[in-house]
Design a protein around this ligand. Sequence first.
Ligand SMILES: CC(C)(COP(=O)(O)OP(=O)(O)OC[C@H]1O[C@@H](n2cnc3c(N)ncnc32)[C@H](O)[C@@H]1OP(=O)(O)O)[C@@H](O)C(=O)NCCC(=O)NCCS
Length: 171
Amino acid sequence: MRAMTLEDVDAVLAIEQAVQAYPWTRGNFIDALGHGYVCRVDAEELVAGHPEDGGEIRGFAVLMPVLDEAELLNIGVAAGQQRKGLGRAMLREMLDVAHKMKMRRVFLEVRASNAAALALYRSSGFGKLGVRRDYYQNASGSEDAITMVCELKQEATLPHAGVWPGERANG
Ligand SMILES: CC(C)(COP(=O)(O)OP(=O)(O)OC[C@H]1O[C@@H](n2cnc3c(N)ncnc32)[C@H](O)[C@@H]1OP(=O)(O)O)[C@@H](O)C(=O)NCCC(=O)NCCS
C-alpha cells in the first residue's frame, strides 16, 4: 500500500460509491487527508517502461489516530477485486501501522448487516465491544452498528534496563 494523495480521491470515491450503499463524500476523503489521518491505497504494480499501464487503485483504508488509540474509519475494495485477500491484507497493514505508531488498540463500527466486513474483522483479531442501536440509516429506516476493538500488544517499557530482585517484569 502507499499513501493516498488528493490525486487519488476520484478513484477512491468511485470505489466507495460502487461498494457502499451510503458512501463517504469527496469532502470526507479530502477532510481525512487534510487532518493527517493515515490514508492508504492499494494500487496495481506499475509496468516498467509503460507508465500508462498499471497503477490502478484496487482498495483503500483510512485510520484516525487519537492519542494512543485509533479508529478504522473506512476500508473498501473495488467490486471486481473482492474475495482475493486484499481486504485482509490492507487491514493487516493498517494494524501494523497503528502498532508502529504505538497505538494500544484500534476501534471500528460496522453495520450489523455487513456480513463480509464482520467476518473479516472477527478473523483479523477484532472482538465485539457493543451495539449502537439504530445508528445507521438503511432502506428500511435504520440499523444497528456493531462496535469492535482490536487490542495491540505494545512491549512494556521498563524504567531501567534490568529487573531488580523482588520486581517482576510486565507481561
Ligand atoms: C469488507 C471488504 C473490505 C472485504 O474485502 P475483500 O478483499 O473482499 O476481503 P478478503 O478477500 O480479504 O476476505 C477476508 C475475509 O472477509 C470475509 N469476507 C469477505 N467477503 C465476504 C463475503 N462476500 N461474504 C462473507 N464473508 C466475506 C471472509 O471471512 C474472508 O475470509 P476468507 O476468504 O478466508 O473466507 C469488502 O467486502 C468491501 O469493500 N466491502 C464494501 C465496503 C465495506 O463494507 N467496508 C467495511 C465498512 S465497515
